[in-house]
Write a protein that binds this ligand. Sequence first.
Ligand code: ADP
Length: 302
Amino acid sequence: MSKTFLAIGESMVEMAPTGDGAFAMGFAGDTLNTAWYARKCLPSSWNVGYYTAVGRDQVSAQMLDFLKRSEIETDQIRLLEERTVGLYMIQLKDGERSFAYWRSQSAARCLAADPEHLTAALDNAGLIYFSGITLAILPAEDRETFLESLRAARMAGAKVAFDPNLRPRLWESADAMRTCVTEAAGVCDLVMPSFEDELAHFGDQTPKVSADRYLAAGAQMVVVKNGPEEVICASGEGQSSFQPNPVHNIVDTTAAGDSFNAAFLAEFLTTGNLAASVDAGAKLAGTVIQHRGALVDCMAPA
Ligand code: ADP
């Protein structure tokens, strides 16, 4: 298996309030978060890359710089003349955060518009990671191209992991989201949903129902996260559950699932040990939620 972990999706400019009326610029996005943590968790014998599309302007160059400084490879990223990266702003009112997005014309929406470019990017990957947000931002006609490329990569030996990350507001309809996410699960070795989302948008009554639904869709294995509750792992061989250690002093749950996925996958790719993988995922997520922000530098580089 090739030792390249390739995450695919949209990285955005983040403008976060600094408390004095000003905003600090950063970069974030669910799949970027997972790539960033995967780089910290995987040994140096693994490459971690990110695939997306960005512009040729200064802010896009700054994003690429950020990725490179984070030791995430950017060689495959599409560069588009006419577009730039998406942006979101975090606003605070009475301690509550709200988000405003400018992403409808973002370059990342074109990440599957050139099938040859996409296929070439996937060519060398050992593990391909994407999310429901990756699918949501694509024009409907590109989603099929994207899934077809994943099927081909898998036939060529890559493993595919997917977090459904259900965000109905990004989709043309909730039905389109459910249909596409279900089809995507069918091309995956590993589906990693969060039960809260599955309950809200598929109406699953228990994590086991979510696991069974994704197995029936064709996933080889399903790992259902559920906040502080048990993590359920299910495959054709049966089901097991693991209780994460309790976490006190929770400050910010941003990127809990993204960081869990990274540490889980890093352990699973290197040892294949399921219990150790859940433990690694829960340990990292448990640390991340005790800090503010998505990208928490809470471990020594690999
Ligand atoms: P998401 O951020 O995608 O909604 P979850 O909330 O299900 O994901 O959390 C992902 C993982 O983070 C959980 O499986 C668990 O390991 C850890 N986690 C999240 N919230 C808590 C919590 N309150 N206590 C302990 N662990 C937590």
